[in-house]
Every structure is written in C-alpha cells, then in structure tokens.
Design a protein. Structure first.
Length: 302
C-alpha cells in the first residue's frame, strides 16, 4: 500500500528549502464539456432510445385510401456510470515533522488535479476511438463511420475519402452535414457548430476558420466558412486528442455526445484509528458516450 512517510519528502523535514516546485501549475480549461453536452443522471445507467419517425408521404390517387406508416423504435444507447477515484495516505510522523505545512497539506489540490485530467482523458477517448470498430455505439458501428445502419440504408458521418484538414476538406465536411438525413431518409436541419482539432492543427484551423479571405492563396476570394457563419462556435483545441491529423465538426444534433454526471467530485478526509495515518480520497462518478451519431462528423486524415 502506498503511504507517504517521512522518507517520501526528506527535504521537508529540515528548514532551509527555498521552494518546492512541481506541485502547482496553471490548470488547462476543461475542454470536455465544450465538446460534450452535459446532463445529470440518477441511476446506475441511462438509456437513449432512437425514434425512427415517418417516411415520405406517397401520392394518394383520387377516391383511394390513405397510406399508413409506422413510427418504430430504433437502436438503444446505454450510458453506464463509472466511479473514478484516487487517494493518498500520509503518516502521522510525516505530518508532525514536516517543516513546511503547505507541502503536507497540498495533497487535496493534487488529487483534484488528477481527477480533473482523468475526466478529460475519459471523454477525449470517445473521439480517440471514434474510428475503431472495437468501440461501437448503439447501432453496432464506431462513432465515425461510413456505414451507420438505418431504415433508409447506410448513412455516413465522415468523408468519402479520408482527408487531412484543409479549407477544401472542411467545406466538403460541412456540405455532408448540410445534406444529412434522419433514419427514414428525410433531410434534417443539421448545422456544424464548432471545429474540434488536436493541438497540432491549431494554427491551420485558425487560419482557415478565422481569415477574412481564403487561406494560403494569393487571390482575393472570400472565406466562405466565415462569411456564411457556418462554425459559430469557432475552433476547439483539445490537447488530449492523440491522433495528430484527425479532426471533427461538432453539430447541433440533440442527444448526441453526452456527459452524464451521477456524482460530482467529492473529497473525503479521515484518520486511520490504528496507524493514525491521515487518509484522503477523491472520487467522481459519470458516464460519457454518444446516442445520435449525427452529433459529430469527422475524418482520421489521409
């Protein structure tokens, strides 16, 4: 069992240390909830169930009966809440002999930092595994796929040819989003909201989305993406994305990428009766994933 003793921080037992470094850094913004929609949960798991809706209305010849359709249940997406936790134990002697109280008492802040970054990694892994067939959603395929099964046939939330990020490939992706259909094949009002990229694509993404004219050209053509207001949420750079050339467009589809909070971050502190060790633990319980895959379009790059 890991216990922080007097031997863990020997320099803290004697006065004269100018400063201890490495324990405090500026925290990055929590990006996960800029990409995922947040909601609360009050059960062990939550389910989102697709409704297929109706198809197109056929022509009704004079004096004939009207056609009827069925509004059926589609696939089910289940979100199972998981508890994440980390703790620390400090011996009574380490606390008594420590000449720098802030060193002995700063463990809680470090635990909070660990839980915060854990949440980022867990959520980012949804996109890191978006193209991996080993991680499937309620419809049986990966989050980003050219073969999402629907009543109308296979549908796609990726590019026909995987492409590195560029103005042209972004325009192709936004066109695909505009042409999106529901499971019965009816056109839907789907729009791109924000571009999600790894840090390696930060500068290219900024130039393409924010420039007044077309990026990287000598002509005076307008930047259509900016002029048409197609990405009102701008660029979201997520440092926890592991594929350096994969990129995504988050759309305005409801009930898509979801982060469900079952229990918020909690810090507990106590002392062990027998050893007198100071014990502290931090836990948080949540689930994340996707229901409607139309909430995000993406490509793994070429």
């Amino acid at each position: 069992m890991a216990i922080i003793t007097t031997g863990s921080h020997p320099k803290a037992l004697w006065p004269g240390v100018k400063a201890f470094f490495g324990k405090t850094y500026n925290e990055k913004d929590l990006v996960a909830l800029k990409v995922f929609d947040s909601a609360t949960s009050n059960k062990a798991y939550e389910e989102y169930v697709e409704e297929t809706g109706f198809g197109l209305a056929p022509r009704k010849p004079e004096a004939t009966g009207i056609s009827y359709d069925t509004d059926a249940q589609g696939y089910i997406a289940r979100f199972t809440n998981v508890t994440y936790g980390l703790g620390a134990k400090v011996s009574q002697e380490a606390i008594e002999d420590n000449q720098y109280e802030n060193v002995a008492r700063s463990k809680a802040k470090k635990l909070a930092r660990s839980l915060r970054q854990t949440k980022e990694v867990v959520h980012a892994n949804v996109l890191n595994r978006a193209f991996d067939g080993n991680y499937t959603g309620g419809d049986g395929v990966s989050l980003i796929s050219a073969s999402h099964p629907t009543i109308d046939g296979l549908q796609s939330n990726t590019l026909t040819a995987q492409a590195d990020f560029s103005e042209a490939s972004l325009e192709d992706m936004l066109t695909n989003i505009r042409l999106a259909k529901d499971s019965r094949g009816l056109r839907i009002q789907l729009r791109g909201v924000k571009l999600v990229v790894p840090p390696q694509l930060l500068f290219d993404a900024h130039r393409v989305v924010s420039s007044t004219n077309q990026s990287g050209t000598a002509n005076n053509d307008t930047n259509a993406v900016k002029d048409l207001g197609l990405l009102p949420g701008g660029v979201v750079v997520w440092d926890y994305l592991t594929d350096t050339d994969a990129w995504f467009v988050r759309t305005d589809a409801d009930d898509s990428l979801m982060s469900l909070q079952r229990r918020a971050y909690t810090l507990d502190q106590d002392n062990d009766f027998d050893t007198k060790n100071a014990c502290m633990s931090a836990t948080e319980r949540y689930a994340c994933g996707w229901a409607d895959w139309r909430g995000i379009f993406g490509t793994s790059g070429s």
